[in-house]
Design a protein around this ligand. Structure first.
Ligand code: 5GP
Ligand code: ZN
Length: 149
């Protein structure tokens, strides 16, 4: 009996439980990595927690730490196996960022010089005090004032 949370309509939960086929490359007690069915480049791997969490911000710290600790070894293996020149480690979080499967996951996407993938993203510039305003807002979110003050 699995202790992992499960969403019956989620394709990645089905892959975790072996209910639909996948090409797994790594499995631990709490994580699975398998080949993306529609790769950006050959060797495109998805790393997922076994428990269903809609997106990365819902992951418990220990689960996130476990998956994060797998990333360097997994990326080394993908890069060596595909002889890629580099790779992207990407999370699409939320529809606005292109997330299509609501079971949080990391993409490891091999990159090759002269491959057809479009990169980089366009970069912009901050205006006025916008940079320090945003810095302050994020810091306050991370360190909210104590409620018993
Ligand atoms: P997202 O757009 O949510 O960041 O990424 C979802 C990824 O999952 C896509 O790249 C898509 O190709 C892949 N994917 C969706 N369904 C399946 C599936 O059933 N099996 C596998 N191996 N990959 C899938
Ligand atoms: Zn799921």
């Amino acid at each position: 009996m699995s202790q992992h949370t499960y969403e019956p309509h989620c394709p990645f939960c089905k892959i975790v439980r072996g209910e639909i086929p996948s090409s797994k490359v790594l499995e631990t007690d709490d994580a699975v990595a398998f080949l993306d069915i529609n790769p950006v480049n050959p060797g495109h791997v998805l790393l997922v927690p076994k428990s269903h969490h809609s997106n990365l911000t819902d992951l418990p710290d220990l689960t996130a730490a476990h998956l994060g600790a797998l990333v360097p070894r997994l990326c080394r293996a993908v890069q060596a196996a595909t002889r890629s020149d580099g790779f992207h480690l990407v999370v699409n979080n939320g529809r606005a960022a292109g997330q299509t499967v609501d079971h949080g996951h990391w993409h490891i996407i091999p990159r090759f010089y002269n491959d057809p993938v479009h990169w980089p993203w366009p970069h912009s510039q901050y205006a006025g005090d916008e940079l320090s305003q945003i810095q302050g807002r994020i810091e306050r979110e991370l360190n909210p004032p104590s409620s018993d003050a």
